[in-house]
Write a protein that binds this ligand. Structure first.
Ligand SMILES: Cc1ncc(COP(=O)(O)O)c(C=O)c1O
Length: 384
């Protein structure tokens, strides 16, 4: 892959990260957030509301490949209104977190998996793949510059949002853009459950589907999320917290919940086993999902991928075979489901408290991420 370099005059400092495919021009902000202001934000960061002092940008063109990698002050992007992303939604994103360890160092969790997923998404959206090492280097450059923004409160983290947009100035729909911008921004995030973990209620959407066979469901593509807002709004109108996405053909096979993968626990104690809907092409292959499938057997909980219909879900809960159900994803880690509602049915799971298996898996994963448990899988990646 060809690679170019940024314009020299603006360079204040240049580093060569050891294994990177590009040099990053470091242009640190001269107006960093004062420490007291930053600490006030970190005390109660909420979710996705505050952003750090810097961002990373890397450009791509069909002629030059990836080039002009920079760390620069966080700022609005100046974009031509004819940029293809505004018209044909050629856009992708990823999401992962940086965690502060007890010794003050900072790690991320399985970042190469995010890089690989972004590249799978890129292939689907006819966008350029980014070298995995360049993706991870971009995260590292940003986190090192903004390391003071990584909270040291357990359960808090720095959410990293890499994304890619089509910048070619053209209204033709007959071919994908030839130029792209890859950006990484970061946002401190608080505990997803500030008031303790409470099971959520979910709505079985039959009017809206998230993804269809051959569509874009397994890509982390912004359009999937734009298309999901109406279903989520319907769930809220029905008095539920989240929407459950069913398959687009028969409207009965369970796929995902909100922006999380779903896990079903059968049995309990030493007999507990985990089932999650298989990756059929319409589900997002979650990194938390994959981690649960790997972790569970090591905790003595067998885990499998399969199919589950809404009828089987209801019958399983009513017979007591299904003991716990939870959504899983980077933001919440796990989100227990306590109540299910549809147009013609409703049922409950458990006693209104998070289940034992859900909480065990959660504790284990969080322990690995924050360094209080060993990481036999090599998932944790030191970053600063
Ligand atoms: C639709 C959807 N499913 C599942 C997930 C969970 O993926 P991950 O565990 O990688 O965060 C996400 C989160 O981004 C998502 O948007």
């Amino acid at each position: 892959m060809p690679c170019g370099y940024g314009a020299a005059p603006a360079i204040r400092e240049r580093i060569l990260t050891m294994s990177t495919t590009l040099d990053f021009d470091l242009r640190p902000s001269e107006r960093r957030t004062p420490a007291a202001e930053r600490e006030a934000v970190l005390a109660d960061p909420g979710w996705g509301q505050y952003f750090t002092d810097h961002m990373v940008t890397i450009r791509y063109s069909a002629e030059s490949g990836w080039h002009d990698a920079r760390l620069e002050p966080y700022a609005p992007l100046a974009m031509d209104p004819a940029s293809q992303v505004f018209h044909y939604a050629q856009e992708l994103f990823e999401g992962l977190k940086a965690y502060r360890q007890a010794d003050g160092s900072i790690v991320t969790f399985r970042p190469y998996m995010n890089a690989a997923r972004m590249n799978r998404s890129a292939r689907r959206m006819a966008m350029p793949e980014i070298p995995e090492q360049l993706f991870v280097d971009a995260l590292e450059v940003l986190v090192r510059a903004d390391r003071d923004w990584v909270p040291d409160t357990q359960g808090h983290s720095l959410y990293l949002r890499p994304f890619m947009i089509a910048t070619t100035r053209a209204l033709g729909v007959n071919r994908p853009a030839q130029e792209y911008l890859f950006v990484v921004i970061a946002s401190p995030s608080g505990n997803y459950y500030s008031g303790g973990i409470k099971p959520v209620s979910v709505w079985l959407s039959r009017d809206y589907t998230r993804a269809a066979p051959g569509g874009t469901g397994e890509a982390k593509f912004g359009g999937n999320y734009a298309a999901s807002f109406a279903g989520q709004a319907e769930a809220v109108e029905q008095g539920c917290d989240q929407v459950v996405w069913l398959d687009a053909v028969e409207h009965r096979w369970v796929e995902e919940v909100g922006s999380m993968n779903l896990m079903f626990v059968y049995g309990s104690g030493p007999d507990a086993r985990l089932l999650t809907p298989a990756l059929t092409g319409t589900l997002l292959p979650g990194i938390t999902r994959d981690s649960m499938l790997r972790l569970a057997p090591d905790l003595g909980i067998s885990a499998e991928e399969g199919k589950i219909s809404i009828e089987e879900w209801q019958a399983g809960c009513e017979s007591g075979q299904i003991t716990e159900v939870f959504g899983c994803g980077t933001a919440a880690i796990i989100s227990p489901v306590g109540h299910v509602k549809g147009t013609d049915r409703a049922w409950s799971i458990g006693d209104g408290e998070p289940g034992e298996v859900s909480m065990r898996l959660r504790e284990e994963l969080i322990g690995i991420q924050y360094g209080s448990r060993p990481d036999p899988y090599g998932w944790v990646h030191g970053i600063a």
